[in-house]
Every structure is written in C-alpha cells, then in structure tokens.
Design a binder for this molecule. Structure first.
Ligand code: SF4
Ligand code: FES
Length: 243
C-alpha cells in the first residue's frame, strides 16, 4: 500500500496524492473528473489532446502529464477552461469526418460524448474535408483514418499492452497521420488481432471491429445512458481494482 504524502487543491477541494502521481491520476482517484480524450488509465500519458488543460495560478498545464506537487491550487471546472475545451473539441470535429449519424461508433464515441458534455451545439469552425486513407485490408479490423483524432491511444496500447507496436504517428501538424508498421503499411500484413487492446481502445470510429455493426441498437449505447464524466471515472476505478 502506498503512503499518502500530501495534497493538492482542485476547485477548492483538497485531494491527496502519492509520489509519482500526475494531477489527473490524483483527481480521478478522488473521483474528480478532468475532461480527457487521450488519457487512459494504465497507459503512459502522451499529453496530446489538451482537453485536460487546467490552470495552476496563471499557468496552464495538461493535467495528465503534470506531476502533482504539494500545495498546487488548481482550477479545473471553470467556464473559461470548459469553453477552451469546447473549442478544442470543435476543432477535432472539423479536422476529420465526424458525421455522427452515419458512423457505427455513434453513441459509443468519446469525441461525440465530449461534445455533449461541453454543450457543443455546432462545429463553429469551417470543415477541413481532409482526404485520409481507409484501410479495409484486414479481415476483422477496419481503419478509417478520416475519423482518427491522433490521440495516440492505439499506438500506446499496442506497444505497452499488446507488445506488438502495430501503429505509429508519422508527420507533424496538419501532415500528422496514423501509420501501420507492416511490410506493406496495411493492417492485413500486421499481427494485430481483434482481441488486442489496440483494436478496441479507439475513442472514435477510426478503428472498428468488422462484423459487429449496429449490434447494440442506437439508444442503448454507452453515451445514450452515461456521460463521459461517469465513464471516465468508471474506467479509472476498473483499472484501480485490476492493480
Ligand atoms: Fe486514436 Fe483511434 Fe486515431 Fe488510434 S486510430 S490514434 S486510437 S483516434
Ligand atoms: Fe491530457 Fe489528452 S488527456 S492531453
């Protein structure tokens, strides 16, 4: 059992942390939700979606990669921060093909659920209409890069949990894209399997298991019944119980 060393304050609430925990780790352990898309309990944080930005005084930091330190006074659930998170979510929507009613992931999609959570009513920014390659080569797994938000979760899940290193992100800025580490660059020639964490962790509809379309009817899906706040806290407690 770890020893509690000290506390941080989030929105006026005192929260204990242990050495090595990030602000996100400490918050979720105390059942305080900090919005996030690229954080997943048990995987090394990457800090790339910036949804988890919080303020420590005048400094903005990503909670998932910033170590908790005694006495930090952190603002999280403020209208300014939630407005900034909404803008990030809107940008993610316009960068890709997120046409929710025609996506198999609708109702199970974390990006869509984040939009609901933050009260997003429109995309605000003009659409990018990017053309990104679909890889339907694998018999059981589909990769639609048009929906990829480059959260890096499949990359980390494949490397850290599946021990396969199937995915990587290549390029920078608007050129960034997901690549498959196989001789042809196609999923069919990789060793990914439908049971891998990497095949199931995608927060959006970019990686889908084939032959499972619409098995759960719309209206009975995860975010038809829960908020992303509830599932974010739940994911963390499941991981804690597994440890
Ligand atoms: Fe994230 Fe999905 Fe893109 Fe992988 S395919 S980087 S899990 S959005
Ligand atoms: Fe922290 Fe994505 S959850 S940057």
């Amino acid at each position: 059992m770890q020893t509690i060393h000290d506390t941080i304050i989030i929105d006026g609430q005192e929260i204990p942390f242990t050495k090595g925990q990030t602000i996100m780790d400490a918050a979720l352990a105390a059942r305080v939700y900090i919005p996030h898309l690229c954080h997943y309990p048990g995987l090394t944080p990457s800090g790339n979606c910036r949804l988890c930005t919080v303020d420590i005084g005048s400094k903005s930091v990503a909670a998932c990669i910033t170590p908790a330190a005694a006495g930090q006074e952190i603002s999280n659930n403020t209208s300014a921060l939630n407005d900034a998170r909404k803008s990030i979510t809107q940008m993610l929507f316009v960068e890709g093909d997120h046409i929710c009613p025609s996506c198999e992931k609708t109702g199970n999609c974390k990006l869509q659920a984040m939009g609901y959570y933050l009260g997003m009513l429109d995309e605000h920014f003009p659409q990018f209409y990017q053309h990104r390659e679909v890889d339907a080569s694998h018999a059981r797994i589909l990769l639609d890069r048009g929906r990829c938000i480059l959260c890096d979760l499949c990359v980390r899940a494949s490397r850290e949990v599946d021990k396969k290193n199937v995915f990587a992100i290549a390029g920078r800025g608007t050129e960034a894209h997901l690549i498959v580490n196989s001789s042809t660059g196609k999923l069919a020639d990789s060793n990914i399997e439908p049971g891998d964490l990497a095949a199931n962790i995608c927060p959006v509809g970019a990686i889908l298991i084939k032959e499972q379309g619409y098995q759960v009817p719309i209206g009975q899906r995860i975010y038809d019944q829960h908020t992303i706040q509830e599932t974010g806290l739940q994911e963390n407690s499941v991981k804690k119980n597994d440890d």
